[in-house]
Design a protein around this ligand. Sequence first.
Ligand code: 3HC
Length: 395
Amino acid sequence: MEIKKVAVLGAGAMGHGIAQVAAMSGMEVNLRDISDEFLQAGIEKIKWSLDKMAQKGKISQEEADAALRRVKKFVSLADAVKDVDFVIEAIPEKLDLKKETFREVDKNAPKHAILASNTSALPISEMASATTRPERVVGMHFFNPPQLMRLVEVIKGDKTSDEVVRITAELAKKWGKEPVIVNKDVPGFIANRCTITGSNLVHWMVYNGEYTVEEVDAAAIHKAGMPMGMFGLLDYTGIDIAYSVSKFMQEREPGFKMSPLLEEKVKKGELGVKTGKGFYEYPDKKWVPLDLPLEKAEKFDPFIPTYVGINVAAELIRNGVATRDDIDKALKLGFNLPMGFLEIADSLGIDVVVQKLKEISAKYGPFYKPSPLLEEMVKKGELGQKTKKGFYTYE
Ligand code: 3HC
């Protein structure tokens, strides 16, 4: 089956970017949103981004103009999906709304069409259950900004066929992306699941007054190579997005207890760059890289969220959700990190990670107890680089 024409539902932060990458690959794109105003705002953003790429010589101005012409605007959902091979939704992160949309899309899209969700964490299988074609429903999760970030997580729902997973991964490649496969529909999939669990612990630490936002970000930027810091990234992506992922994790993940930090921000309407204020201020509602002094980086150990993330990653391997290579690829390409968590685990030492997790769980609860996989590795003496075998082997 060849994908020639796609529909993207939602022209917001993610939807416009996904529509753009599809159009840049030469495909016809039907972009749908609920009002002309939202559609126009999405088109303006696509135009800005294409022009920026042309200015930088990444594409020619002709290619930019042609890509823009390939994106058609639709308010009617039925019209947007009626003649496409692939539909991807990037609408708000509300499961009921997503299910309702999938139901409508299923009624109106051609029988052969694959239906995908760009959800950050919500269950693909539940969206699929609203359709008559659950084997053709799949997760296709992009990272913000979709035009620049190379990762796409392809998520298998309970009933998704292997062929649909393969076609979706191929499509991601045609769009210039690097797919990883998520074999089981777990909340947060790979990249968000590994990072949000550790971030939530840091949110508790800030909430409890152990560290300031600036101390965390200075250490994350200067010592761990995170391009935007932890709180800067929340502002950039939207605190409401992280809040909805965390809330969902709390509902579905036994032991995950969300810190009140994000909820407080959401209640105040301080959602980050898009509202002009989040953890930092953005008078022009535009992202400005953080300029934090090196001295501020001294107090916080930026590997605290990594130890927790390594533990989550180990459980993903133990439970057959994803491979070692896909986990590290997801973390590096999803957040532009210099190393994957499992590579970091090997360089820190698995015994050190287990010890740190024991300390963290003694203070913050059994949810952070080391994975049996990590304990087993320590027993076998597979401690990482120092023993030449850990998650990877070394010569
Ligand atoms: N299209 C085209 N160009 C763009 C762009 C876009 N959408 N967005 C930014 N640019 C441009 C900038 O304007 C800038 O142009 P300039 O040089 O003329 O000013 C250029 O790209 C490069 O930007 P910068 O020099 O400011 O910064 P970087 O080189 O570091 O690259 C970045 C920007 C790739 C976004 C980098 O900051 C980064 O990797 N940040 C981390 C992003 C991240 O972690 N994303 C994941 C979020 S979580 C997620 O999405 C999951 C979801 O489920 C919530």
